[in-house]
Design a protein around this ligand. Sequence first.
Ligand code: ADP
Ligand code: MG
Length: 197
Amino acid sequence: MNENLQIRTFKKTGHIEVICGSMFSGKTEELIRRIRRAEIAKQRVKVFKPKIDNRYSEFEIVSHNEQSYPSEVVSNAEEILDKSFDVEVIGIDEAQFFDNNLIQICQDLADSGKRVIVAGLDQDYRAQPFEPMPQLLAIAEYISKTLAVCVICGAPANRTHRVSDSEEQILVGATNHYEARCRLHHVIKTESKKEAI
Ligand code: ADP
Ligand code: MG
């Protein structure tokens, strides 16, 4: 058979895009922008967010500058696979709140020809990699790192500073608990000591 003809019969290739950065860096805003463009291109889209993120709305992803887009709440990553059979573009916000199963689910979706756009925090408030984002970054075809503005000095900020004294890794909140800070002004508070990094 003619080789070129063979190439033309390949099925559509999917891929994974990751949007990562600190809080307030514009991840959700960028996710909404890409999803809206896919809609303009008349593609079937669906956006998911984890159950834990109930900050602003049950039925929408909402950015800190009050842009929103309808979303479905899911309890785990497997639910995303079950609910995505009829869509071409899948958006996932707050990916750091899913467990590591999300990695294989994203692979499966992309392998089946879908465009998967994943947004999430790449570091926790201690500036440690926030799983499963590092693994998603490794397998993604496209990566965008968004930066916020440091609330102390105005420099580009890639860290999330926790204002309150709470020490658990996951504490859902916005300006009540967190600020965007640069490397210099990011401070990790612990009960025993306050250390600047
Ligand atoms: P993320 O999803 O990364 O937390 P959002 O997309 O929800 O971010 O919000 C981004 C918006 O947050 C910006 O467009 C801006 O209006 C607002 N914002 C508030 N504080 C800051 C900050 N310190 N740096 C940058 N943007 C900020
Ligand atoms: Mg967000």
